[in-house]
Structures are given as structure tokens and as C-alpha cells.
Design a protein around this ligand. Sequence first.
Ligand SMILES: [Zn+2]
Length: 289
Amino acid sequence: MAKSKRTAIPPEIKRILRNEVGFGCPIKGCGNPYLEYHHFDPPVNVRPHNEPSGMIALCAQHHKKADGGAYTIEQLHEFKCDRSNAELVKGNLDWLRKDLLAVVGGNFYYETPRIIVIDGKELVSLHRDEDGYLRLNVNMFSLEAEERIIIDNNSWENIGSPVDLRCPPQGKELEVKYANGDYLYLRFIELNNLETAIKRYGSDIFSSVQFPITAVEVNMTIANTSFSLTPKSSTLGGIQITGNFASHCGGGVCIDNSGIQWLQNPQWKIRSRIEATEHENVIRVKFGK
Ligand SMILES: [Zn+2]
């Protein structure tokens, strides 16, 4: 089979393909950001290749339809340059668990809902819903007056204009990069036992954790500030914290009076989506159009 001769698609080619469709499946009305990569010009059974000019990013459902011949080569070339679904892009973190170990910037938070709070606003937190599941909330902070992704109880949207947004169809990972260097990466991972956790994190601090457990790892950079959460450590306004374990705390890390003027998600951008109407009590909101 020709397929076995094809090499893996290089990450940079995938990034080009995601970017040209605005990080959402370009089929009309779709916008699904969980993208796969389809070879169509030529198809791989004619000639194996990884040439971006003959490839397109599609969601799993529309990829199957493309494999079945639903779209012509001409149509696929048109879809490839169509970013009109960019504003529909939103997703959902399907990892619902009643017990979660949060690994945020190289530190561990267990039954600690308000993980990092800066200037009174939750940067990373977990809220328990009425069914008892822990849902992730992330607010990206920025020095730029631009839209930054918002994760609200596991649902994410408001991606703005990233230079890359990567979320493979399995839904384990989400990675978003912006031109100024703002960056978010998160990943869900099953830790089957203590040994797995020790091996992954190089620490045996987990005595109060019951395994197996799901971990959610969150890393973030707020460009041009002294705030960064890397897999190894958290730098929060001049303080560096590594390998700490917070268990059953109301709050994890709380920084007040950072002195920084945060500009992400400016109100004027939100207001520009709202139109007044002739009735003073009625406004018209343009949802993502
Ligand atoms: Zn689709």
C-alpha cells in the first residue's frame, strides 16, 4: 500500500494547514477546531506526499466525507483558503472527573479550587459543577489589548487571532500561541499509580493522592511580564515556586497589587458586537459574525 510509504506529516506543515483555515474546519457552518489532515491533490494512493499545497485541515467528520469523495479537488482548493469559519471556532474539554490533580507551572494542586489568582481574577481554577465534576477555568492575561482564549467551565472560545491553535481530535491537549509570545498549553493525562506520577514529575510528593487519578497540566506565558508557568516551575512576579503541593487549600497562589495594567479582552471589542435598536430595552448581539 502506498500509505505505508508516506512519512509522518511534519508539525510545521500541520501548522500551515491549520492557519490557512483559521484554525477551524472550513466546511460551511462547521468551524470544528479538532482538525485532521487530508491529502487530496494528488490523493496519497496516487502518490504519497506531504505537500501543503495539496493538503487541507478538516475535522474528523468532514475528513471522512472527503475520503468518501464528497468534495471535488476544485472545492477543496477553495476551502483551503477560506478562513470564514475562524469566528465559529470553539471547543470543549471532555475530560470530566470528580477527582483531578492540577499540575500548574510545575506545582501540584489537589482539592484546591482557586489555583492561581492575580489581582483578584482567577488565572487558573477548577469549579465543581452540580453533578460533582471538576471543570477547568483559564483566563489568559496579556499586556496586549487583544482577545485571548477564555476557558469557562471546560468550554473554550474567544480565541482572537492566534498564530497557532492546536487541539488534536483526541482532545487531550490544547495549545494556543499569540504573536506577542502569549502562550497556553494544557493537557489531560491519566496517572495509573504512584510510580507513573513519580516518573513523570520527578517528585514523590503525592502521599495524599489516591491513584489512579487524572492530572490536568497547565502551562502559560504572559509575554513581557515576570509571570510564567512552565512544566518545571512557576514564576509569579519575581517569586519562583517549584514542586510544591497544595492540598485542600481554599486558594493556591494569590498575587495582589501586581501593578500591571492587564489589557486582554478589551470591553470595546465586546461592545462592538452589540447594536442598539429602536427599543431602548432591546439590544442586538452579533454572535461571532
Ligand atoms: Zn468539519
